[in-house]
Ligand binder design. Structure first.
Ligand code: AP5
Length: 215
């Protein structure tokens, strides 16, 4: 039996941080739409160039390309037992497409942890985020700093700040989330799979709460 978990929450809620931790714990792949777009951007693919124009403005990449990209990712062998989805779905059309994809795999969305965090905390988290270009580990200059300034603890690579973490873009990302992604709370509540989690606590406390829900 497979297990598909959808991490829901505003930008900066900690979806990526938590998805990595629970993926390790549960032995499932972490499928992040944002990471796949950024990987394409780094490799200068056509998809990466298309996505960049939307990402840098804090807007959503069109549903058609995003759905096709995730469908391709979920069809790979490592998703046979399930996956932790982070950043997808983000619109009602994407949520319906995911239901369809999973039903073709004899699977379904099993649990949707909705990580809730107040807006003022989100802005502080995103504008202070630093990421490793090699292993993708995320740090925060105040809440979760590396041992040595701007250097990844895991592999020594120089950390970078995401282009879309500038204050103006962050504000737009949050309002795009409110308009286009928030309706999914209702969508998954109606399916009986949504569980709200207080994301405004220590990273390890959020992980413990998540793991207790998922076990
Ligand atoms: P994406 O990469 O998915 O970004 P996002 O959803 O905006 O989420 P973030 O990665 O910014 O935040 P997060 O919730 O993962 O928080 P994190 O763990 O990093 O998408 C980027 C763009 O790609 C979109 O704007 C769009 O253009 C495009 N895109 C992606 N998916 C798409 C889709 N499905 N459809 C269309 N377009 C799509 O944590 C943030 C910071 O806070 C870190 O520094 C971390 O260390 C810190 N932190 C985390 N938890 C805590 C805590 N509990 N306490 C203190 N600090 C914490």
């Amino acid at each position: 039996m497979s297990t598909f978990i959808v991490m829901l929450g505003p930008p900066g809620a900690g979806k990526g941080t938590q998805a990595k931790r629970i993926a390790r714990e549960l032995g499932l792949p972490h499928v992040s739409s944002g990471d796949i777009f950024r990987e394409n951007l780094k490799n200068k693919t056509e998809l990466g160039e298309l996505a960049e124009t939307y990402m840098n403005r804090g807007e959503l990449v069109p549903d058609g390309v995003t759905i096709a990209m995730i469908k391709d990712r979920l069809s790979r062998e490592d998703c046979g037992d399930g996956a932790i989805l982070d950043g997808f779905p983000r619109t009602p059309a994407q949520a319906k497409a995911l239901d369809q994809m999973l039903s073709e795999m004899d699977a379904q969305v099993d649990t949707v942890p909705y990580i809730n965090v107040p807006d003022q905390v989100l802005i502080k988290r995103l504008t202070g985020r630093w990421t490793c270009p090699e292993c993708g580990h995320m740090y925060h200059e105040e809440f979760n700093p590396p041992v040595e300034d701007l250097v990844c603890d895991n592999d020594g690579a120089e950390l970078y700040q995401r282009e879309d973490d500038k204050p103006e873009t962050v504000k737009n990302r949050i309002s795009v989330y409110r308009e286009q992604t928030q309706p999914l709370i209702d969508y998954y509540e109606k399916q009986g799979v949504l569980t709200e989690i207080d994301g405004d606590q220590e990273i390890s406390e959020v992980t413990d709460e998540l793991l207790s829900i998922l076990s």
